[in-house]
Structures are given as structure tokens and as C-alpha cells.
Design a protein around this ligand. Structure first.
Ligand code: ZN
Length: 87
């Protein structure tokens, strides 16, 4: 990973696009949608609840490229939109 990729376009103190996806876990038929206004973003998978929980695994998620968590096999997919939006 290059240094350029690590520079996030946010000022200090601003909420950045590093947060856990919430909601039901992703499957191939119904991936967990992680909203982003960028072409790719960092996603941390903490696993599910209870026994399904695992140490957080961080990975880059690119639009159009669903990613499978190597630990719990949950499927994530990048969607368009503001992750901290008003909804
Ligand atoms: Zn996982």
C-alpha cells in the first residue's frame, strides 16, 4: 500500500470513512452494502455477534469488486452515497 493511498481527504477531527458496517451480514446473494463517495474505501469486518465475532480485519473495498472477509466469509460491496448521511 503506497503512502498516497493512506492519505484520506478529511481534516483532522472530521469523521473519516473508517467505521464498521452495520446490519445483516453479507452473503453472495445479498452482500453487505458499504456506502462510499469514493471509488474505494477501507472497511473493517468485526465478524458477527457472539461466537461469530472475530478480531477486526481491515481491507480495501473497491466499487464493483465485492470482497469476502477471509475470516467469516461475509461479502461486502461498495455502494454510492454518504456513509454519514442524514438518513
Ligand atoms: Zn469477517
Amino acid at each position: 500500500m503506497s503512502e498516497r493511498n493512506l492519505r484520506l481527504p478529511f481534516r483532522e477531527g472530521t469523521s473519516i470513512e473508517i467505521n464498521y458496517p452495520v446490519g445483516p451480514f453479507g452473503t453472495k446473494d445479498s452482500p453487505a452494502i458499504v456506502k462510499s463517495v469514493f471509488d474505494k474505501r477501507i472497511v473493517g469486518c468485526p465478524g458477527g455477534e457472539g461466537e461469530d465475532e472475530h478480531d477486526v480485519v481491515w481491507f480495501w473495498l473497491e466499487k464493483g469488486k465485492p470482497h469476502e472477509c477471509p475470516v467469516c466469509f461475509s461479502i461486502f460491496q461498495a455502494g454510492s452515497g454518504w456513509p454519514w448521511g442524514s438518513s
